[in-house]
Design a binder for this molecule. Structure first.
Ligand code: TRP
Length: 364
């Protein structure tokens, strides 16, 4: 497969490089879509995108379930392809097949303090809520350092992620700054955006947070999450979507009761009904109790979600035929070759800066 990734035409500004990824833990849902996938689809139109499957990270909590991780890896690629990520433009690749990432993880682990890692708010939250107890693996906190390497191996300017990932991007910026200061002679007053022109190997990447920072689940209480059973999956059927939307409870009793437009139903309306004039109209009528029931709103909402998901179902069906998994693996192989070309170059640049540039090497 030929790469159609955007490249810089003579005289024009080069496209931004973008990196992001997902840990394969199960099917993707609407929270992932509005948090990050939607941004990826827009970015791949104009930029050089690398999309990583963090299968190494999956082992930090599920080392005893290798076959589940393998199945989830294939599934998540199918979800991406179904959503519209185009492997001819964007490199879709496997973390475990990019050795430079593991090597850079070691180097960055020496630039961040133990307290930087253990004080990372997202990690702390996971340690409290994932039920890992106090015998979580040493590798679990380590994944945050690994994520710095995932990102910096590609020297991207932009990292599209959900709101919960912001502390990780902050850590990554810190690791990049430190590296550039220690090994590339970048002064500590140099602005983040000027690091590359001041000789730094790494750009200081920025997070790009999704349109909806935190989408609640259909329970209206928690963030949408597979493990809480409150998710609408990208691969749900039309009927499943209708059923799940039907389960949303607002406590409103009649068509003329003044509704609360800050409820979960309206969070969904704002997230998934595209026409802003229609959203405003629904908000007005619901808020005033102008002869509109929850049932009306739910029906229209489910239709809009199904319009979004229908093309994904069609694309997904193409990969669910016999031989679909092999096609997915071929896409990963081709994307990983593109990823290794860049990551190896980065590693060599980093090693040279660190006085470790002994000789060149070739990794397939
Ligand atoms: N930790 C991210 C998540 O759970 C997945 C991830 C791994 C990632 N490496 C990354 C995201 C690099 C962005 C960039 O969603």
């Amino acid at each position: 497969m030929m790469s159609n990734a955007p490249s810089a035409a003579a005289g024009s500004t080069p496209p931004t490089r973008v990196l992001t990824g997902d840990t394969p833990t199960g099917r993707l849902h609407l929270g992932h879509f509005v948090g990050s996938i939607e941004n990826r689809l827009a970015l791949q139109e104009k930029h050089e995108c690398f999309f990583l499957i963090a299968n190494m990270h999956a082992f930090t909590t599920r080392a005893d379930k290798p076959s589940d991780i393998r199945a989830d890896t294939i599934e998540i690629v199918k979800d991406w392809l179904a959503a519209g990520i185009d492997p001819a433009r964007s490199a879709i690749f496997l973390q475990t097949e990019v050795p430079a990432i593991a090597e850079l993880t070691w180097f960055f682990a020496m630039l961040l303090s133990f307290n930087d890692v253990m004080g990372n708010p997202t990690l702390k939250h996971e340690l409290e809520t994932k039920g890992l107890g106090d015998s979580y693996s040493f590798g679990f906190p380590m994944y945050t350092v690994g994520q710095c390497a995932d990102i910096l191996a590609f020297r991207p300017e932009l990292v599209p992620v959900g709101e919960d990932q912001e502390p990780h991007i902050e850590m990554c910026r810190k690791a990049a700054r430190k590296f550039n200061q220690l090994y590339c002679g970048v002064g500590n007053r140099v602005e983040p955006k000027d690091h590359p022109s001041a000789g730094g190997v790494f750009p200081i990447p920025e997070a790009k947070i999704g349109r909806v920072g935190r989408l609640p689940g259909i329970d209206g209480k928690n963030k949408m999450s597979k493990s809480l059973g409150n998710a609408i999956f990208l691969s749900d059927t039309g009927k499943e979507v209708e059923k799940k939307i039907g389960k949303i409870t607002t406590g409103r009793q009649s068509l003329t009761e003044k509704g609360d437009i800050s409820n979960v139903l309206f969070d969904f309306v704002r997230a998934f009904i595209k026409d802003p004039a229609r959203v405003a109209e629904l908000e007005r009528r619901y808020g005033e109790g102008d002869n509109i029931g929850d049932g009306h709103v739910k029906k229209e909402l489910a239709e809009n979600i199904n319009t979004l998901l229908e093309p994904m179902r069609v694309r997904r069906a193409g990969f669910e035929k016999p031989g679909g998994d092999e096609v997915v693996i071929e896409i990963l192989k081709e994307g990983t070759a593109r990823a290794n070309a860049v990551a190896e170059e980065t590693l060599m640049m980093a090693k040279r800066a660190m006085g470790l540039g002994f000789w060149e090497r070739v990794v397939g």
